[in-house]
Design a protein around this ligand. Structure first.
Ligand SMILES: Cc1cc2nc3c(=O)[nH]c(=O)nc-3n(C[C@H](O)[C@H](O)[C@H](O)COP(=O)(O)OP(=O)(O)OC[C@H]3O[C@@H](n4cnc5c(N)ncnc54)[C@H](O)[C@@H]3O)c2cc1C
Length: 468
């Protein structure tokens, strides 16, 4: 028997822990158990799903954060098919709006783009040219070295930068736009164009009937059927190596040992959880800056606009966009009501995380009424706020060269999370791809060398939509 076969036999008997039951952890658990591994999934919250989970709002149950699938999201669609939910997917053409100079404008096709008042014809040409140019660029590594503002100013001109790009960058990145590379905007545009590259003239957005709750319920059931031990309300406090060469996890009800652990929690939490990491590794983990979100769900008795997304370029709003979910999903999903999300992207130390729900509700609804003066508080049926301090890693200059390792110096301990999406932005498709790439490489023994820093091959494809 050769050494590979010996190794395979040995690994097949290993017990893996996957820390974090978001879609990354769930996909890792699925693919590992399908490879014959024994797997335990440990999730700190009462149910799996992470950022994609669903909650109760008024008399409805829907996603805690807005989610759409694109036709080009083949990894997501394959997983949905594997879970037997293909026929539940609905595909809809949506509209996009801009709130600019105190009024709403539709920007859903080329004619509307040409009519868009705040820009002159020449500005529009340069804006359109920037988008087409970016959609054709392949060398994202070079863009990582260029500040996003320099790149956009050069291509689109100062006026378009100030009127359009800067407000959009601020919406997503706050003042961190100053440290962000041009790869950020390139990846966003690449995702917008992904469906068109598959031959479609227009973009369709998809959702699963019943929302992510439906997908997650099926997914959890499949994991259980395959023998994955799914433990919720199980926050992992520490991960340490023991003398027997195993990994000891500290949980609130005591320690548990595993042969291998893949930890999917956000990078900045790794060094606190894993004291055995070398100082150099800890520095790398701590060096990745994450951005967070405060996202309100507002259930309304009426619609606000025909737009799925309304981008805001005017200053002074407490939220950074308006997402009208019921412009995409059938209102019958929500008992005939409308669901609107009001996101605000912020750094993890932003003061908004300490503010009360009532304060945020008052501020956000006032902003919404300013944008839609006919909206009355009597139209608001329910209001709920989600807070998440670690949502996506900021694509700072030279980002991929500073990534922390996937395979750490602690034998058997791996760290994998959305920070490892090196040339794209955060979305479910890339999350699933990350998990599948990892397990594929694991099966080919590519992670047996300790201290391996993420190899450039891990995520080479073009991605992805930042959540708006
Ligand atoms: C506002 C918003 C809008 C989005 N819109 C879209 C969209 O339209 N389309 C799209 O494709 N994607 C979208 N996404 C992105 C999508 O939600 C993510 O890609 C995906 O959910 C990331 O999954 P994850 O498992 O990597 O991370 P997470 O979902 O963050 O999972 C990490 C898990 O680890 C758990 N955990 C943390 N610490 C511990 C611990 N110590 N012990 C045990 N468990 C722990 C957490 O509770 C969590 O469940 C959006 C995200 C947001 C926030």
């Amino acid at each position: 028997m050769n050494s590979n076969a010996n190794n395979s036999e040995h690994w097949a008997s290993e017990h893996w822990a996957v820390v974090g039951g978001g879609l990354l952890g769930m996909t890792l658990a699925l693919r590992l158990v399908q490879q014959g591994r024994k797997v335990t999934l440990l999730e700190s919250r009462p149910n799996p799903g992470g950022l994609a989970d669903a909650w109760q709002i008024g008399d409805c149950h829907w996603d805690r954060h807005y989610h759409v699938t694109l036709l080009s999201d083949l990894h997501t669609r394959n997983l949905v098919n594997e879970l037997g939910l293909e026929s539940e997917m609905q595909w809809v053409e949506t509209k996009t709006g801009f709130y600019t100079d105190g009024s709403l404008h539709s920007m859903s096709n080329s004619v509307e783009f040409l009519r868009f008042p705040p820009l002159r014809f020449i500005d529009k040409l340069r804006l359109g040219g920037t988008i087409v140019y970016a959609s054709r660029l392949k060398n994202w590594k070079r863009l990582e070295q260029i500040p996003v503002a320099d790149w956009l100013r050069k291509l689109s001109g100062q006026r378009t930068f100030e009127k359009i790009w800067l407000p959009l960058l601020r919406c997503k990145l706050g003042e961190c736009w100053r440290d962000t590379s041009a790869a950020f905007i390139w990846a966003t545009i690449a995702r917008m164009y992904a469906a068109r590259r598959t031959g479609l003239k227009k973009e369709l957005f998809g959702y699963c009937r019943g929302g992510y709750a439906n997908i997650l319920e099926r997914f959890t059931r499949r994991l259980n059927e395959l023998g994955v031990e799914v433990c919720c309300n199980a926050p992992v406090q520490r991960i340490e190596g023991n003398q027997a060469g195993q990994l000891c996890l500290t949980l609130s009800d005591g320690p548990r040992t595993f042969d291998r652990v893949v930890c999917t929690v956000p990078t900045p939490l790794m060094s606190r959880m894993c004291p055995d990491l070398s100082a150099a590794e800890q520095q790398r983990f701590d060096g990745i800056r994450f951005h967070g979100i405060v996202c309100a769900s507002v259930l309304l008795s009426r619609s606000l606009s025909p737009f799925y997304v309304t981008n805001i370029t005017d200053a002074g709003f407490p939220f950074t966009a308006v997402i009208e979910m019921t412009s995409l999903i059938d209102k019958r999903e929500l008992n005939g009501q409308s669901l609107v999300y009001l996101p605000r992207y912020v750094t993890p130390d932003d003061e908004i995380f300490d503010r009360s729900d009532a304060e945020i509700e008052h501020e956000f609804l006032s902003g919404l009424q300013r944008m839609h003066p006919t909206l009355s508080l009597a139209d608001v049926k329910a209001f709920r706020i989600s807070r998440a301090k670690h949502v996506f890693a900021l694509p700072t200059l030279g980002y991929s060269d500073r990534l922390p390792p996937i395979s750490t110096s602690v034998p058997g301990l791996y760290s994998l999370n959305s920070a490892h999406i090196v040339n794209g932005t955060l979305n479910v498709n890339e999350t699933i791809r990350l998990a599948e790439d990892f397990v594929g490489r694991m099966m080919q023994d590519e992670f047996q060398r300790p201290n391996e820093v993420v190899a450039p091959g891990l995520s080479q494809s073009r991605h992805s939509l930042q959540p708006v």
